[in-house]
Design a protein around this ligand. Structure first.
Ligand code: ATP
Ligand code: MG
Length: 191
């Protein structure tokens, strides 16, 4: 179906509002001007955003800020553009380049501990968790990003991470924009 990415993201922000308040983390959402309609399964796309936001909240300390934004990239390269200095970014999943395809991107940034470069290629492996991050409340099974990757692949989307130790993390997931709806003033076929 057609999924409004900004609306999906806003649902996630609502869903985590209690958790973020409890953790003392502020979510700053910049959901854009609208028009980021992608083709896909709404529940699965919500799950992608939810997993990325969950991680960002989990690895932020109290008083921290998580930034969530939606952009309409014109091309794949723009959609997946690096946000941190050179050398911190890794593409975890790159879609086949289809000529002329345009993308919308969800970016989730936190200012937590970040990760050393060596961990980045393994983040989407099932059960992979980075050692040595203060554990305690930061528990999990290591499945979240593996699920994210599978959903991204099914949607012919992309996933990238920017991170370095002490620099926080930026995860970007992109999805192909849905084709513009044909204007049908008669309101004829379909809805
Ligand atoms: P689950 O999502 O299944 O509850 P999890 O959060 O540990 O468990 P993933 O979401 O797959 O698993 O993430 C894998 C690992 O990547 C995490 O355990 C953590 O070490 C690291 N990681 C993921 N996101 C971040 C982040 N924003 N900042 C720092 N480390 C992260
Ligand atoms: Mg997780």
């Amino acid at each position: 179906g057609r999924v409004d990415l900004a609306r999906a993201a806003s649902d996630v922000v609502d869903a985590v509002s209690v958790i973020s308040r409890e953790r003392g983390v502020t979510i700053r959402a910049n959901l854009g001007q609208g028009g980021a309609t992608v083709t896909g399964d709404r529940d699965e796309i919500v799950q992608v955003i939810q997993n990325l936001v969950d991680n960002a909240l989990k690895y932020s300390s109290s008083g921290g800020v998580v930034e969530l934004s939606i952009d309409r990239g014109r091309t794949l390269d723009e959609a997946m553009a690096a946000r941190m200095p050179e050398g911190t970014r890794l593409s975890l999943e790159t879609p086949d380049r289809e000529a002329g395809l345009k993308y919308a991107v969800v970016t989730v940034r936190d200012h937590g501990p970040g990760m050393a470069r060596e961990h980045l290629p393994r983040l989407t492996e099932r059960f992979y968790r980075v050692e040595g991050q203060k554990s305690g409340e930061r528990q999990g099974t290591g499945l979240g990003l593996a699920i994210v990757r599978h959903i991204i692949i099914r949607h012919r989307g992309g996933l990238s991470v920017d991170s370095a130790l002490g620099q926080g993390a930026i995860f970007a997931a992109c999805f192909p924009l849905a084709p513009a709806r044909e204007l049908d003033p008669s309101g004829g076929a379909g809805s």
